[in-house]
Design a protein around this ligand. Structure first.
Ligand SMILES: NC(=O)c1ccc[n+]([C@@H]2O[C@H](COP(=O)([O-])OP(=O)(O)OC[C@H]3O[C@@H](n4cnc5c(N)ncnc54)[C@H](OP(=O)(O)O)[C@@H]3O)[C@@H](O)[C@H]2O)c1
Length: 288
């Protein structure tokens, strides 16, 4: 990674402890920005800390931490070039079996967290004519079975981002949505743990209804992880989306996201249902 001369501008990246957030913090620092890297534990900040990366404690579901960060940015004085709303979790299970507290946890992080961080940063972004980058997902354009909560949170984020882009454009603030496909990060493993936990609590009848599907989805996610792009590759697109002077409204990451977001746009629902079912069918356990 080549390093550019220092620019006197701040960029906030949420969820920077691992995966795309950590890679994006490093990529932006290499491009010369001073990065505030949101982490939930001090220990996660240590490996990121450098002359251009300052770890800040930020759980996006904690209003006080968000307010403290907004105050810190205000007193810093350097313009806030961008906020990269990247933090996220994947809580996957069939709609019927996912407990309500898990639905709320999914939306608290992937949706309300980003809204609250963005609201707190808007005053600084208005001053700097800065940018909001929302890390959505291929799952924000296409909802696989068992992805109801995750896709629901990302579809909601896409809708709010469209509204926000139209609200803030007249005031010089741009809003960009990034839609990654499969990226090799901690997310698939973490999502798999939740899926298995929920599966263990299913009734026998639910197990008969969804057990095979859940196994097929787990196998498919493992394939995604194998074939996905590196977090550093994703970070280059995210850093470009955050800093290029005339950004597109949406960026996809990976060939899967480019192809499937297009298919989701043009195929009739029933045909898309058949395409997705056909891709899953060979992954169901053999005995079924
Ligand atoms: N990987 C993919 O294939 C993929 C595809 C499409 C979209 N995405 C999106 O990309 C973004 C980054 O995910 P990733 O793949 O890089 O996964 P990851 O490695 O699991 O990173 C997720 C990050 O979010 C943080 N986080 C979780 N809950 C948080 C909270 N309440 N407050 C603040 N931070 C929190 C995690 O911090 P802790 O370590 O403290 O938990 C971690 O830093 C997510 O929005 C995800 O939905 C990922």
């Amino acid at each position: 990674m080549t390093t550019s001369p220092e620019k006197s501008e701040l960029i906030l990246v949420t969820g920077a402890s691992t995966g795309m957030g950590a890679a994006t913090a490093r990529e932006l620092a290499a491009r010369g920005y001073y990065v505030l890297a949101g982490v939930r534990r001090e220990i996660d900040g240590r490996s990121l800390e450098s002359s251009r990366i300052r770890p800040v404690i930020l759980d996006v579901t904690e209003p006080e931490q968000i307010a403290d960060l907004a105050a810190l940015i205000d007193t810093d004085g350097r313009p806030l070039r961008a906020v990269v709303n990247n933090a996220g979790i994947a809580v996957n299970a069939p709609v019927e079996v996912l407990p309500m507290q898990e639905w709320r946890r999914q939306f608290d992080v992937n949706f309300f967290g980003h809204i609250e961080v963005t609201k707190a940063m808007i005053p600084a972004l208005l001053k700097s004519h800065g940018r909001v980058v929302m890390i959505s997902s291929l799952g924000g354009r296409l909802a696989q079975p068992t992805y109801g909560a995750y896709s629901g949170s990302k579809y909601a984020l896409e809708g709010v981002s469209d509204a926000l882009r139209r609200e803030l454009a007249p005031h010089g603030v741009t809003v960009v949505i990034v839609e990654p496909g499969a990226v090799r990060t901690e997310m698939v493993g973490r999502g798999g743990i939740t899926l298995k936990k929920v599966a263990a609590d299913m009734t026998d009848e639910q197990e008969r209804r969804y057990g095979g599907l859940m196994q097929a989805i787990l196998a498919q996610s493992e394939g995604f992880l194998r074939d996905g792009v590196d977090a550093s590759h994703a970070a280059e697109t995210i850093a470009t989306a955050a800093t290029v002077s005339r950004p597109r409204t949406r960026y996809t990451i990976g060939r899967d996201a480019a192809l499937l977001t297009r298919l989701a746009r043009i195929l009739p629902d029933r045909l898309l249902d058949r395409v997705l079912a056909a891709a899953l069918r060979p992954l169901f356990p053999r005995s079924r």
